[in-house]
Ligand binder design. Structure first.
Ligand SMILES: [Fe+2]
Length: 366
C-alpha cells in the first residue's frame, strides 16, 4: 500500500485501509473503488492522507501502534471523562472517580501493545474520523509519551503515571467555550489567554478528583512550560518542570502539527520532527527530542520518497535502530520506471532521503 494525499486521488483508486468513525464503525470500506463522492467525503472530513492499493507496493505492510479495539475503547473512555464535568466548579468528575481503574487498565494495555510492536510508532496508519480533535489528540499523546518513556527506560510505575497524565493532560480544554476552541482564524490576545487557562483549570479539576494521582494534575498544569522559561502558565524553567511534563510537551507538539486540522493539512512525521529540532535546547530538552526521533517512523511505510542519487521509491520496512534510514522499494531511477528492487538505506550510507512525494503522479502537493 502507498500513502497519498487525499486531494491527489482519482476516482477508481482502491483504498487499502478502511476509514472508521470514532465508534469504530466503518465509513469507507477497504478494497472498494473510490468514487468522486467518497473522495469528497474524505476531503470534507479533513483527512489529509490515506493508504491506497498499488500493484508495486501491495505487500508493504503498515501496522498501527495499538489495535483498533483498544483505540476505540480508549477514545470512548477519554470522551466520557472529558464530557463529565461541571462548568461552574472544578469539583466533580464522578465518571473519572468511578472509572480510574478502568483508565489505568487502558494505559497498561496501550503500553503492552506498544512494547510488543517490533516497528517504531506510526500513527498515520490509523485513519479515524473523529468528532472532537481533543479526544483523539489525548490518545495520540498517550501513545507517543509511552513510546518515548519506554525508549528512555522509565520503570513500569513511572510509565503508568505518565500514561495517565498524558490521557488527561488537556482535560482543562473542556472549560473553554467551543467557539474559541474551534476558532479557525487568528485568536485575539484575550482569547489566547482563555486557551492558556486550560492548564490551570485542568490542574484544579484533577487535583480535586479523588483517585487521580497529584502527578497527573501536574502534567496538565505543566505541559506547556518550556525549558527556557517561555512557556505558560508559570514560566517555569529547566528542572523546575517535572520530567513527565517536559516529555509530554514534545509528544503534544508533535501530534498537534502532524494531525489533520480544519484549517491546514497535517505535516508528515519528518516535518513534525523538524519543528521539534528547531526548538531543541531552547524549548525542549535536546536529549528528549533525540530519543523521540528514535521512537517514531520518521519516514513511515508506504511513503513515496526521492533519494539523493535520483532514485524514487516507497518505504517498505523500518530499520528500528536507524529510523531515518528505512528499506526502500525503488521504482524509478532518474524519472524512468524500472523493475522494482529493494535498497536498505542503513547499508547505503552515501544515499539519503531528500524529499517526500505524497501526490499521486509526478506533481507535488505542498
Ligand atoms: Fe494543552
Amino acid at each position: 500500500m502507498r500513502l497519498v494525499h487525499t486531494k491527489s486521488i482519482d476516482p477508481g483508486t482502491k483504498l487499502a485501509k478502511a476509514v472508521y468513525n470514532e465508534k469504530g464503525k466503518i465509513l469507507i470500506q477497504k478494497n472498494i473503488e473510490l468514487t468522486r463522492r467518497m473522495l469528497n467525503r474524505l476531503i470534507q472530513y479533513n483527512i489529509t492522507y490515506v493508504y491506497i492499493k498499488d500493484a508495486f507496493t501491495d505487500d508493504i505492510e503498515v501496522n498501527p501502534p495499538v489495535s483498533e479495539e483498544v483505540r476505540i475503547e480508549a477514545y470512548q473512555m477519554i470522551k466520557s471523562t472529558f464530557s463529565d464535568f461541571n462548568k461552574e466548579s472544578f469539583h466533580s468528575n464522578s465518571f473519572l472517580f468511578d472509572n480510574s481503574s478502568r483508565m489505568n487498565n487502558i494505559v497498561q494495555e496501550i503500553l503492552r501493545q506498544i512494547q510488543n510492536q517490533d516497528e517504531v510508532v506510526s500513527i498515520l496508519s490509523d485513519v479515524f474520523v473523529n468528532d472532537n480533535y481533543v479526544f483523539n489528540h489525548s490518545l495520540n499523546v498517550t501513545i507517543y509519551s509511552l513510546a518515548l518513556g519506554t525508549e528512555l527506560g522509565l520503570n513500569r510505575s513511572k510509565l503508568e503515571e505518565l500514561g495517565l497524565g498524558a490521557m488527561l493532560h488537556d482535560v482543562g480544554k473542556m472549560f473553554i467555550p467551543q467557539n474559541i476552541l474551534q476558532k479557525q482564524s487568528r485568536l485575539t490576545e484575550e482569547e489566547f489567554e482563555i486557551i492558556k487557562g486550560h492548564t490551570e483549570s485542568g490542574f484544579e479539576f484533577l487535583r480535586n478528583t479523588p483517585n487521580v494521582p497529584l502527578l497527573a494534575a501536574h502534567c496538565a498544569f505543566q505541559h506547556h512550560e518550556r525549558i527556557d522559561g517561555s512557556g505558560y502558565p508559570r514560566g517555569l524553567k529547566d528542572k523546575e518542570i517535572h520530567p513527565h511534563a517536559r516529555l509530554l510537551g514534545i509528544a503534544d507538539v508533535f501530534d498537534a502539527v502532524t494531525s489533520d486540522r480544519v484549517y491546514r493539512d497535517a505535516m508528515l512525521p519528518h516535518e513534525g520532527l523538524e519543528i521539534l529540532y528547531a526548538g531543541a535546547g531552547t524549548l525542549f530538552d535536546k536529549e528528549l527530542v533525540e530519543a523521540f526521533r528514535r521512537t517514531i517512523a520518521v519516514y513511515p511505510n508506504g511513503l513515496t520518497v526521492e533519494l539523493s542519487d535520483g532514485r524514487t521509491g516507497v518505504v517498505a520496512r523500518q530499520n528500528n535502530n536507524l529510523c531515518e534510514r528505512p528499506v526502500i522499494r525503488v521504482l524509478e531511477e532518474h524519472g524512468v520506471e524500472i523493475p522494482p528492487y529493494e535498497l536498505d538505506l542503513s547499508k547505503q550510507l552515501d544515499v539519503v532521503v531528500s524529499s517526500c512525494r505524497t501526490a499521486l503522479g509526478k506533481e507535488k502537493i505542498k
